[in-house]
Design a protein around this ligand. Structure first.
Ligand SMILES: *Cc1c(COP(=O)(O)O)cnc(C)c1O
Length: 349
């Protein structure tokens, strides 16, 4: 089967003539720029940033061992998620598939774009039910979202299950690997070329510790990347983000050190939680957070807020009844959380 993303694209997008900026219409070496109505003062901030993010893309391409033509850079991976809807899904007509529970943005984007959202429950242990997922598809199913390691459950999805979905689904499979650095797995990036319907999302918000600068990545075939690029805002990544990221991607050792610290702390917190009577169930994590089920989760959540410790209440999410999601912080922060949990346990005993 030859996969052609152009067959999935909305007709208006297939026919779109993208915006052409002042800098697009000129090539060569200028020194006097009077083409974009910029101010001549306050260099370098007076100039529009590179709409193609050439320098940053080259750096990221080298880092991830992919070609720049396989990379889309966005204002967070959330921008890539929204663009995938706007490029591929016909409002009021198409639908998308997703696992449940999972990251909330998929549904929000579906709702904003008036696209039917079909969710298929994970198994009780949060593993993927590939067959059930594929069964929910019809000819209007354009996108299928997987998240691995999954938020909020924290587990890496099974390799064979993901492959089954990639081979069985006729639309695009979006594999969100926001937390992959904490998992010990390479994820699917090394196999990107084997699956023309695969889009992998990565982000600088988690392991790279740069959520503030809003920088996300989508890796896919050059055809898919071109479509996303045609629809994005021309200057979707500002100059500060581009220049800061370009500097930080050279500091990969620092990033790895921080990831190792978090993995070590995840083990520490897990061991402590295991011995607490208030913890009903503890889910193994491949991410930088732990999902745990507590007695009276909502009350505990409110108690922690009063103590200044904010965790995520997932107690009303499917398959997560009574669960709180605990992000791994610094050693000191985690100790404080554990102390508060001990105090709560004493009050409750
Ligand atoms: C945090 C997170 C992201 C990151 O989104 P950005 O827009 O890049 O900050 C993506 N996917 C999942 C599942 C997440 O939890």
């Amino acid at each position: 089967m030859i996969f052609d993303p152009l067959k999935l694209v909305r007709k208006n997008i297939r026919d779109l003539k993208p915006y052409s900026s002042a800098r697009d219409e000129f090539s060569g070496n200028g020194s006097v720029f009077l083409d974009a109505n910029e101010s001549p003062f306050n260099s370098p901030y007076n100039r529009y940033p590179d709409p193609y993010q050439k320098e940053l893309k080259a750096g990221i391409a080298e880092l991830f061992e992919k070609g720049p033509e396989q990379i889309f850079l966005g204002n967070g991976s959330d921008e890539a998620i929204d663009l995938l809807f706007r490029v591929f899904c016909e409002p009021g007509k198409d639908n998308i598939l997703s696992i449940a529970p999972s990251y909330g943005m998929y549904k929000v984007c579906a709702d904003i774009n008036n696209i039917e959202y079909r969710k298929v429950l994970l198994n009780e242990d949060f593993s993927l039910n590939a067959e059930a997922l594929l069964k929910a598809a019809d000819p209007h199913s354009k996108l299928l979202f997987l998240c691995s390691p999954n938020n909020p459950s924290g587990n890496l999805l099974g390799y064979n299950d993901v492959v089954q979905v990639l081979k069985g689904f006729e639309g695009l499979v979006i594999l969100d690997e926001a937390y992959i650095d904490f998992s010990g797995s390479h994820g699917f990036l090394p196999e990107l070329e084997d699956y023309p319907n695969l889009v992998i999302l990565r982000t600088f918000s988690k392991a790279w510790a740069m959520a503030a600068i809003r920088l996300g990545m989508a890796f896919a075939s050059p055809e898919i990347i071109r479509l996303l690029t045609n629809v994005k805002y021309p200057y979707n990544l500002n100059y500060l983000t581009q220049s800061f990221a370009l500097e930080k991607i050279t500091e990969i050792r620092a990033k790895e050190k921080n990831v190792n610290k978090i993995i070590q702390q995840r083990r520490f917190v897990t061991d402590k939680l295991k011995n607490m009577s208030i913890v009903e169930k503890l889910y193994p994590s491949d991410a930088n957070f732990i999902l745990a089920q507590f007695h009276q989760a909502r009350n505990l959540y409110n108690y922690l807020i009063k103590k200044g410790v904010i965790v995520r209440d997932r107690s009303n999410v499917e398959l997560c009844e009574g669960c709180l999601r605990l992000t791994i912080g610094t050693g000191q922060e985690n100790k404080l959380l554990l102390e508060m949990l001990q105090k709560w346990a004493l009050i409750k005993s």
